[in-house]
Design a binder for this molecule. Structure first.
Ligand SMILES: Cc1cc2nc3c(=O)[nH]c(=O)nc-3n(C[C@H](O)[C@H](O)[C@H](O)COP(=O)(O)OP(=O)(O)OC[C@H]3O[C@@H](n4cnc5c(N)ncnc54)[C@H](O)[C@@H]3O)c2cc1C
Length: 303
């Protein structure tokens, strides 16, 4: 029986592991892929305190090393569910069940996929949700970014230095992105911003050969001669495995209070997976610290 099982080895989960170990809790982190979470694909992070310009993978590697140095165990396995019986929590994983006194859910969130004809069929064959991961495949070719938030503009700026031309399409003519990012993109010569347009169809058989878009106002259709389509249209939490165990909001984020406490005593939620105003590294790390210290308090009070 572990004192705490942490679900997810992103910035929230690894920070929780550091704090849990420093509080003396036996701690295991379950990570489905590689440690670090979303940020490992970001070449430069400029807003993490005292680490300006750090690469995402470096931040993640340093934090993983810190958690392991303090004695956290890391298990590479996928968590498939959580059940509770007489206060004992059992985390179900692809590597078997883990019993725990407390659980910290830090499983982050996933990229939202494009919802148009051809997008699923050509996913990872020209359709991508991660410009930093896949942008290099489109060096010297034309590509398109869909979205109007910070990620869309960051992705388009990044791609403009690789691709011969980048289109950014957005369904509205106003953007959620910060004005600084909008100006940065507008200053790029090989970028065309198209509004109000929506995706209609991704063309191609084995790879992307074009992207049909439709004007929201006029219904006009146009085919962009792109070989890459990048969706930057937000995140969705993957908390279906916890529904019925902890309360979720209408968007599927875990409801947790300021102390990261969920509706189930002894189960905490940290980072992007939970209802919160700002999903960033620093808030994920802060949640990890709060959740672990609350887990320690829960165990001590239960003794
Ligand atoms: C391209 C990009 C750039 C960004 N740039 C910045 C930036 O500059 N500054 C900033 O502050 N923020 C940035 N962010 C946001 C930041 O990365 C997130 O807010 C942060 O990563 C959230 O951390 P997290 O630990 O909550 O979740 P995540 O990073 O999503 O980590 C969750 C982890 O849980 C694992 N997991 C999920 N489900 C399971 C399961 N069932 N079983 C086991 N493991 C599971 C995942 O594999 C993952 O490793 C960026 C995000 C992206 C995508």
């Amino acid at each position: 029986m572990y004192d705490t099982v942490i679900i997810g080895g992103g910035i929230a989960g690894l920070t929780a592991a550091v704090y849990a170990r420093r509080a003396g809790l036996s701690t295991v982190v379950c990570e489905a892929t590689v440690c670090g979470g979303q940020i490992i694909n970001s070449p430069e992070v400029d807003n993490y305190p005292a680490r300006p310009h750090v690469a995402g993978w470096q931040l993640a590697a340093d934090l993983q090393a810190q958690a392991e140095e303090f004695g956290a165990e890391i298990k590479f396995c996928a968590v498939t569910g959580l059940s509770v019986k007489s206060g004992k929590k059992t985390v179900h994983t692809s590597a078997g069940d883990l019993d725990a006194k407390t659980v910290i859910i830090a499983n982050g969130a996933e990229h939202r996929r494009l919802d148009c004809d051809g997008a699923d069929r050509l996913y990872q064959r020209g359709v991508s949700a991660c410009a930093t991961c896949d942008g290099a495949f489109f060096r010297g070719r034309e590509c398109c970014v869909v979205g109007g938030g910070n990620t869309a503009f960051e992705d388009a700026v990044y791609l403009s230095s690789l691709a011969s031309k980048v289109y950014l399409i957005n369904r509205r003519s106003v953007f959620r992105a910060e004005p600084k990012l909008v100006s940065a993109l507008k200053s790029k010569e090989n970028v065309e911003i198209l509004t109000p347009w929506v995706p209609e169809r991704v063309l191609g058989e084995q790879g992307v050969e074009g992207f049909e878009i439709k004007n929201v106002d006029t219904g006009e259709k146009r085919t962009l001669p792109v070989s890459g389509v990048f969706a930057a249209i937000g995140m969705i939490p993957a908390n279906g495995i916890f529904s019925g165990t902890v309360e979720l909001d209408e968007s599927g984020y875990i409801k947790a209070d300021e102390s990261c406490r969920t509706s189930l005593p002894g189960v905490f939620a940290a980072g992007d997976t939970r209802v919160k105003a700002l999903r960033q590294l620093v808030t994920a790390a802060a949640d990890g610290a709060v959740a672990a210290s609350q887990a320690a308090a829960y165990i001590n009070l239960a003794l």
